[in-house]
Each structure stands twice: as C-alpha cells, then as structure tokens.
Ligand binder design. Structure first.
Ligand SMILES: [Zn+2]
Length: 289
C-alpha cells in the first residue's frame, strides 16, 4: 500500500519558534504556493491519481480557492493545524483552539466534516500524547502525525509500528497512518518526503519502496518550486532539509507516481483490515497537560 499525501502550506511555513508578530511577517512574504500547487494538480490529473491534502487553516483563509479546488476535484481535504506551530510547544488549550480554527476554516469552504489530520512537523512526541484526546474531541478519525524515528523537530522514536495501527489513549482510539521509515545501516529514516526524498538516488529509493509493504509520503508545494527564496535564520541542517536538490524533485515525483500505484488515505482506509492491525496503547506515557 502506497499513500500519497501533501502538506499544504507556503514556502515560509517552515516550522520554528514563531515570534509574536508572525502574521505580520508572513504577510510581507511573497505568495508562491500556486507554483507548487499547479504542478501537484497537474501530476494528479495526468496520472488519474487521488491524494490526501493536509491544509493549514491559515492557507484556507488566505487562499480559499485552493481548498475549493482540492475539494471539487474529489481529493481529501484534511487538517494540518491553523498556524503550523509544533504541537509539543503548545499547552492543551492553545492547541485545541488552533486545531478548531483550522477545522472550521476548512469545513466552511467544503461543507464537509474534516476527518484526517497531520500535525505540523510530525510534532506528536511521547511528551504530548494528550493530543490524541483532543483529536477525538474534535472528531478526527485518522491521524498521520507519527514519525516513528528521531527527527530534528518532532518524531516518536519508540513508537513500535511503521505501518497502519490503532492508537489507544485514555479510553480514546484513532486509526494511525504513521510515516513509513526504512532502516539502512541501523539508521531509521524516510525516503518519501523531506530532504531525503530530494537527495536520495532515485534507483535506490525505488528499490526501498518496492520492497516495502507500506509507504507513506509527505510532499509540499514548495518542494516543487525551485525558484523560492531562502528563509532567513535557519540552521545549516534545516537549509539542507528544505532546499537541497529542489530542481530535481518534480521529476522524481513524476517518476515515483509512474512506477508505483498510489492511493489516498480514504481509499487506504477501506482496504485495511483494521481488526488485524497492531494496537498501540500510549496511555502509559506521562502527561504534561
Ligand atoms: Zn507542514
């Protein structure tokens, strides 16, 4: 099973500690999201593919036509937070408000309940598993926030599964579509999103994906916009992750969807026998509500 998903944000929505005047700062940046969106829409149309789109509430209000187009084309509209703040940097109340704002902004456009979610930067860690209670409260049924390896931002390194699972937490449960990770030379990482997607030789990537039972992807409009400016104040590692090999990534995505059959999360959900997936109970993790 290979699942195609996109996180819909602009080139400057790179996760970091945001200053108080972040909205003002964002409004001064050039809007470039349409460059990447056009290429994404084209690739889906050319290959008759469906995908799940995790969209920022901020984007839904600034560019409602993007959400409308995604929805009108029959693709899944899903939530990616309102302001792209790391979930683990927020208190429960602030987090709940942010996600509520996102869901409302999306549902106002589509008229349909949002059922799927991915935290910005895979920011559910063992320290903030209370997020799953909030997702339950807000009617989210499918989560794609778990990155089962260490990561600069986020990551849940001792999450045991790198394939669909049921997460149980304090009496709630949710269907989890974690990021797929691959172990090479003892290192866990993913080749189907982020810096590794751009830097990994395609032939090797294809071999890894061919041998995997489950592949999750995460791409952004900015991944397919090589002319974007570079955001100031980022670490070298971060720069590599966000900008290296940008010019090659669109060709790689085209090759990827040509070589493999991708589906969206909605279809994946109907194909998975949820009675026979691993159950991961996170209730024992200590809480910092
Ligand atoms: Zn994001």
């Amino acid at each position: 099973m290979k699942i195609l998903t996109f996180d819909i944000e602009d080139w400057f929505h790179i996760i970091q500690k945001y200053p108080d005047n972040i909205l003002e700062r964002w409004s001064n940046y050039e809007v470039r999201i349409h460059n990447g969106m056009d290429r994404i829409f084209k690739i889906l149309d050319d290959n008759n593919l469906k995908a799940t789109f995790f969209i920022l509430g901020y984007i839904a209000r600034k560019h409602p036509e993007i959400v409308k187009r995604i929805h009108d084309l029959g693709y899944e509209v899903a939530a990616h937070s309102d302001m792209h703040k790391a979930a683990y940097r927020q208190k429960r109340q602030e987090y709940t408000q942010d996600l509520t704002d996102c869901i409302n902004s999306l549902e106002n456009i589509t008229g349909e309940k949002v059922l799927s979610y991915r935290a910005p930067g895979f920011s559910i860690k063992k320290e903030n598993v209370w997020v799953f209670e909030v997702l339950n409260e807000l009617g989210i049924k499918y989560d794609a926030s778990i990155f089962p390896a260490t990561r600069e931002d986020g990551g849940f390194d001792d999450f045991s599964e790198s394939k669909p699972a049921i997460i149980k937490y304090n009496g709630t449960q949710i269907k989890e579509f974690p990021m797929s990770v691959n172990t090479v030379f003892g290192q866990k990482f993913t080749v189907t999103g982020g810096g590794y997607f751009r830097s990994f030789p395609y032939r090797l990537m294809r071999k890894i994906i061919k041998n995997a039972d489950y592949t999750m992807t995460y791409f952004h409009p900015r991944d397919f916009d090589p002319k974007q400016p570079m955001l100031e104040g980022l670490s070298l590692k971060r720069k590599f992750k966000s900008y290296y090999n940008l010019s090659k990534s669109y060709r790689k995505l085209k090759q990827l969807v040509y070589d493999f059959n991708f589906i969206d999360m909605r279809q994946a959900n109907t194909l998975i026998d949820w009675n026979n997936v691993p159950i991961v109970d996170l209730s024992h993790y200590s809480d910092n509500k």
